[in-house]
Design a protein around this ligand. Structure first.
Ligand SMILES: C[S@@+](CC[C@H](N)C(=O)[O-])C[C@H]1O[C@@H](n2cnc3c(N)ncnc32)[C@H](O)[C@@H]1O
Length: 440
């Protein structure tokens, strides 16, 4: 990143936003001997480290240290200024309401509607953009989630619809430990303050390389809802066809609140089979095909499915139910948060069998599979419910297509390569016309 900044013409001031121990400002002071370097840091402990490091490297006179909150600090600048750094990753839960208001109104002033869910790195980005003058630029590394998620849409607008235009975006492969202490993927991105909308390089970050996979006009990026997949080597899927959500409702599986109480072995004497349902209770049963293989009903566990009105249970069975509920209560099954949200703590309201399942979390793309034995499911999977009847052969073709073509990046990928597909991510997957058409 410092090499990139050093390659930009006429840089007179370099600002390290959230300087920490000084990694960036020290490298910048050495690589850009003509530039004035400013380091902004709020934490007294980090300031001590920063000053110590600057002193040890003989750079005290080269770097101006500004103590305070970057969002309100007065940063001395002259001439063409660039911002570099690794803004703090603090989630919105830990941000004070006044600063959330500051963020929302600052974005509003730029014509952007912003979410309260934005983390501190988004606040830093806003502050940087507020201070930019024509010709200024920045190059930052941050968690990559804003490229695809809800609160990130404000940042994506910021970099495409104001006078700050994205020029480069490189996403680290999920297993690249850019932030080894956090379960997030990283992205480096740079932008320029200019009226020229221009284009941005999109690609993948290597150890010390910025590999561009494609260059897209910023205007085109403005209309793209998710950016990570645009950075990947393989071409993004075409816009032809229809979305999974047009054909199916994608419904998250049921949460029990306490599986040890509600999930029983496939053969259990605790309750009669009529008061339990066979269900997928582990993602592995979808991934390894257990759920759709012969013998599924013997191998899958059963989840207790009691009626709301216990008076409707047959009198000869009722004592068994009471004993079971006594055990469940003793385990805490009645008092947990989930149980307290239910109309009756003992009635789980398991979902009716969907036509198909999709696993949604793992170090691999999701797996789609049929549900030939009409079993229910817990929240380790999403269920696909056809909006209108779908022929079995069409359903099979769709699932085969989705299994072959769904990449990790259609979901949200966390550091370490963990991918998560919310129902809305699954609903957005596209199925091309050829995957739907009956083969001759
Ligand atoms: C992710 S660390 C990056 C440190 C350093 N740039 C590096 O890459 O090693 C972010 C730094 O921002 C500082 N910080 C957090 N909130 C801040 C704020 N509101 N204003 C200024 N600095 C802040 C933290 O103390 C921390 O040192």
């Amino acid at each position: 990143m410092v090499d990139r900044v050093a390659g930009w013409e006429g840089v007179q001031t370099v600002v390290d936003a959230g300087a920490g121990s000084g990694r960036f400002c020290i490298a910048a002071a050495r690589r850009l001997p003509q530039a004035h370097i400013v380091a902004v840091e709020r934490s007294p402990r980090m300031l001590e480290l920063l000053r110590g490091n600057l002193c040890a490297k003989g750079l005290t006179n080269r770097v101006t240290v500004v103590e305070g909150d970057f969002r309100s600090a007065v940063v001395p600048r002259s001439g063409r200024t660039v911002y570099i750094g690794n803004p703090p990753f603090v989630r919105h839960h830990d941000i004070e309401p006044e600063w959330k208001d500051w963020y929302r109104s600052g974005m509003h002033a730029l014509g952007i509607q912003a979410s309260q869910l934005a983390g501190l790195h988004a606040h830093f980005l806003l502050r940087i953009v507020q201070g930019l003058q024509p010709g200024d630029r920045f190059c930052l590394v941050a968690a990559a989630e804003w490229l695809d998620n809800g609160y990130g849409s404000a940042l994506r607008s910021l970099l495409t619809s104001t006078q700050t235009h994205l020029r480069g975006l490189w996403v680290a492969p999920p297993r690249e430990p850019v932030f080894p202490d956090a379960l997030v993927s990283a992205a480096v991105f740079e932008a320029e303050c200019t009226t020229d909308t221009g284009s941005a390089h999109l690609g993948v970050l290597g150890a010390r390389t910025f590999a561009t996979m494609r260059t897209l006009p910023v205007a085109e990026l403005a209309s793209a809802k998710r950016w990570t997949e645009l950075c990947q080597p393989q071409a993004p899927t075409s816009a032809a066809g229809i979305e999974v959500g047009d054909l199916f409702r994608v419904i998250r599986g049921q949460v029990t609140g306490l599986n040890t109480a509600w999930v029983l072995p496939s053969e259990s004497a605790l309750l009669p089979a009529a008061l339990t349902l066979p269900a997928v209770t582990r993602a592995r049963e979808i991934i390894d095909g257990t759920v759709s293989a012969p013998g599924a009903l013997q191998r899958l566990k059963r989840v207790v499915n009691l009626p709301h009105e216990l008076d409707t249970v047959a009198p000869d069975v009722r004592p068994l139910v009471d004993v079971f509920l006594g055990h469940a209560r003793a385990q805490g099954a009645a008092s947990g948060y989930v149980a307290r949200q239910r109309r009756h703590w003992h009635a789980l309201d398991l979902r009716p069998p969907p036509a198909a399942f999709v696993s949604y979390m793992g170090r691999r793309p999701p797996v789609f599979c049929l549900n030939p034995y009409a079993v229910s499911y817990l929240n380790i999977a999403h269920g696909l419910y056809p909006r209108t009847p779908v022929a079995q052969s069409t359903l099979e073709r769709i699932l085969t297509y989705l299994n072959a073509h769904t990449g990790l990046y259609s979901g949200r990928v966390y550091g370490g390569g963990l991918a998560k597909f919310e129902p809305s991510d699954v609903a957005r997957l596209r199925i091309p016309p050829e995957a739907l058409a009956e083969r001759a």
